[in-house]
Ligand binder design. Structure first.
Ligand SMILES: [Fe+2]
Length: 281
């Protein structure tokens, strides 16, 4: 029985010594500034959340991920977990419109890149303790297994894709992926863009800028099925843009798969070594 069941990923939190440089990267990436203080940068997408990416001023570091609790009761409950801090006041959301695209009689004319980021999708942690880390997230925040991946013996879990438990409601195939690594840290954080066009068009846009290191993509994952593209921020932290994920609900079940079948793309190049081994501490 999990302590609570989180609804979704809320934001990723990093540290960087230069908030101007970070804001420029995230603007090129497709986010919009929501707020800026002397010590922190808050960036948003087109969905109503006030922000989905926070950068605190400081030495480069991955601070963590934040998740939406279902309500204040759950927040109070999880605040009593070992190591948890007390509940603090929260910020009001800022709403925006989000008009669906209707194509009947309408010519396709794409907006200039970058396409705005819509929402944060998932966070990926590298860890030497996949089993223990995943167990904590399942027991504390109510994540459920979508796909566990093993190498060699079936007990040797090297990666675990987990989704939020929102009952009958359909959620992203994974909001949390934990993957084995010698060091603990951030592998990547991941953001949804409006559609597949946006993934490709903005891949070209970011490449043309010539300012950022490209990590991997474009391709389509097998597990989760997203069309993906991965870029590094100016301090080497990997940010993914994706469109078109699989959506599952609590009854969709869980799988156990060998790595050679699971960690492949449906099309696109294999992940480079530098991506597989990557963690930002
Ligand atoms: Fe991802």
């Amino acid at each position: 029985m999990a302590l609570i069941k989180v609804k979704d990923l809320a934001y990723g939190r990093l540290r960087a010594p230069d908030l101007d440089v970070m804001e420029e990267f995230l603007t090129h990436f497709g986010m919009v500034r929501a707020a800026r203080t002397p010590n922190a940068l808050y960036m948003r997408g087109t969905d109503p959340s006030h922000h989905l990416h926070v950068t605190e001023k400081g030495d480069p570091a991955f601070v963590g991920f934040a998740y939406h609790a279902a309500g204040e009761d759950d927040l109070g409950r999880v605040a009593k977990a070992p190591g948890a801090s007390p509940v603090e006041g929260t910020r009001d959301p800022v709403n925006t419109g989000n008009e669906p695209l209707r194509r009947a009689g309408v010519l396709m004319r794409l907006p200039k890149p970058p396409a705005p980021i819509k929402r944060i999708g998932h966070g990926v942690l590298g860890t030497p303790k996949v089993r223990e880390t995943v167990q904590w997230f399942r027991e504390t925040l109510g994540f459920i297994c979508s796909d566990d991946v093993y190498a060699g013996e079936k007990e040797n879990i090297i990666g675990s894709f987990n989704r939020c438990d929102r009952g009958d409601e359909y959620v992203d195939h994974h909001t949390l992926f934990c993957v084995t690594n010698e060091r603990a840290g951030l592998n990547h954080m991941s953001f949804e863009v409006p559609d597949v066009d946006a993934v490709f068009m903005d891949h070209e846009y970011l490449a043309r800028l010539g300012k950022y290191e490209h990590m991997w993509g474009v391709g389509r994952h097998l597990l989760g099925s997203q069309v993906y593209d991965y870029w590094c921020d100016p301090w080497g932290r990997v940010h993914e843009r994706w469109a078109d994920t699989d959506r599952l609900n609590a009854t969709s079940g869980s799988n156990l798969l060998p790595a050679h079948e699971a960690l492949v793309s449906q099309w696109g190049e294999d992940p480079p070594e530098k991506f597989i081994r990557h963690v930002s501490p």
